[in-house]
Design a protein around this ligand. Structure first.
Ligand SMILES: C[S@@+](CC[C@H](N)C(=O)[O-])C[C@H]1O[C@@H](n2cnc3c(N)ncnc32)[C@H](O)[C@@H]1O
Length: 393
């Protein structure tokens, strides 16, 4: 085992410390700027190395004691050794750096924080006799009894699950809302299940409840099915949706990558018409029900790939909202959005690198007015952004 003593000079975009030996970068998990540490080299490549700390020789005044007993093993959190205030500073600077580096823009606002703990309304537990999260970058399961990131209702359900024989199950998904809770088992479950939740689904068969759960966000009702996307942090979600709402100013709106239609429905009061497009058919089914239960007439939804649907139709839109997965917009989608010539594009992004790449393309025709980072995933390196673009005359 190769050991080295290094000084951490910076943090990378995954929350790891960066040190240098003979100009070669070494990425060190759980290392903070100015710390001197002894590390064990865990990976040695031509251009970089990775290491894990075996001894802290000098620690940073910014270091806080992690509140989680699994922090060193489990892959869920990256920044639990920083106070929440410092985490927010790190994320804001990271967005500024990425946007400047990849698109040359200087228009990033102050980050909007949310909750550091107990914010997640959904978790996926990996199962192998016991259950828990994957250890970072491995398929090894770290068994957990509770998680500090999740809504406490999920921790109560975990306690109940500990009483069940889940040895033949592959994966368990738990989703909770302000109103209800749901557990979905993937694989086999042999024993009778008696859980104190509203809905239980085994694979695609509902054995208790309706097979979906209800949520109420600022007076709007939403149903959430086992496989539909729903934002995992309600406080962060409302912050983001309010920002999007602030930018919508009437006319026809396209809500691309609309999931269960939450943004479409949220902004419908400020729009003439909203059309949502989403690949996941179950999410579109939920979106159509969500429209109905909220008595909203000026919103509709289509299921399919955004790029394909846009290229086959001649939609007119004053505002296009996009909220794509981490990969960002593909060429077909971005070219078709440009062809529509909306006055405004509102870009909700969960990866500042792909956001910067796409802004570079859109920047040929649009001014990027501002980008606001939002914290949705406290204690992790992830950061969301909302950007607004205005078409040049
Ligand atoms: C980040 S989520 C956003 C969902 C929604 N806007 C919300 O706030 O809940 C991205 C969504 O894009 C959908 N999606 C992924 N690829 C797609 C594609 N090629 N065409 C349409 N939708 C897609 C996913 O199913 C997912 O619901």
């Amino acid at each position: 085992m190769k050991k080295l003593v290094v000084k951490i000079e910076n943090l990378d975009h995954f929350g790891r410390g960066i040190a240098k030996v003979n100009n070669m970068p070494i990425f060190v998990e759980n290392g903070l700027i100015d710390e001197e540490v002894e590390i064990v080299v865990t990976k040695e490549k031509k251009n970089y190395m990775e290491g894990s700390v075996s001894k802290y020789l000098k620690t940073s005044p910014l270091r806080v004691k992690s509140k989680c007993i699994y922090f060193d093993k489990c892959g869920g959190c990256d920044l639990l050794h920083l106070s929440y205030e410092e985490q927010l500073k790190y994320k804001e600077n990271k967005v500024k750096e990425i946007i400047k580096k990849f698109s040359g823009l200087d228009c990033v606002n102050k980050i909007i924080g949310s909750k550091q703990f107990n914010y997640r309304n959904k978790i996926t537990l990996q199962v192998n006799k016991d259950f828990g999260y994957f250890k970072k970058k491995t398929n090894e399961i770290i068994a957990i009894d509770k998680c500090l990131l999740v809504d406490n209702k999920i921790n109560e359900i975990i306690k109940e699950l500990k009483q069940l024989d889940v040895s033949k199950v592959n994966k368990i998904v738990i989703k909770v809302t302000n109103l209800e809770s749901m557990v979905v088992f993937y694989g086999n479950i042999s024993n009778k299940i008696n859980l104190n939740v509203d809905t239980i689904v085994i694979n695609d068969k509902t054995i208790k409840g309706d097979g979906y759960i209800n949520e109420n966000i600022n007076g709007l009702n939403f149903i959430i099915s086992p496989t539909s996307f729903f934002q995992v942090n309600n406080v962060g979600m409302i912050n983001i949706y309010n920002k999007v709402l602030e930018y919508v100013d009437g006319g026809n709106v396209l809500d691309l990558y609309c999931g269960t239609g939450t943004i479409s429905i949220y902004v419908s009061k400020k729009a003439q018409n909203v059309l949502g497009i989403e690949l996941n058919k179950d999410a579109v089914k939920d979106a159509l029900i969500n429209k109905k239960i909220n008595n909203i007439a000026n919103v509709d939804f289509i299921s399919g790939d955004v790029g394909t649907i846009l290229s086959k139709n001649n939609f007119k839109a004053d505002t296009v909202i996009v909220d794509p997965p981490r990969a960002g917009l593909d060429n077909n989608s971005i070219n078709n959005i440009i062809k529509i010539k909306p006055n405004k594009i509102i870009y909700v992004s969960c990866d500042p690198v792909t956001l910067a790449r796409d802004l570079n393309i859109l920047n040929k025709y649009y001014d990027v007015l501002e980008i606001t980072p939002f914290d949705m995933f406290g204690n992790t390196y992830h950061v969301e952004c909302v950007s607004v673009l205005s078409r040049r005359a």
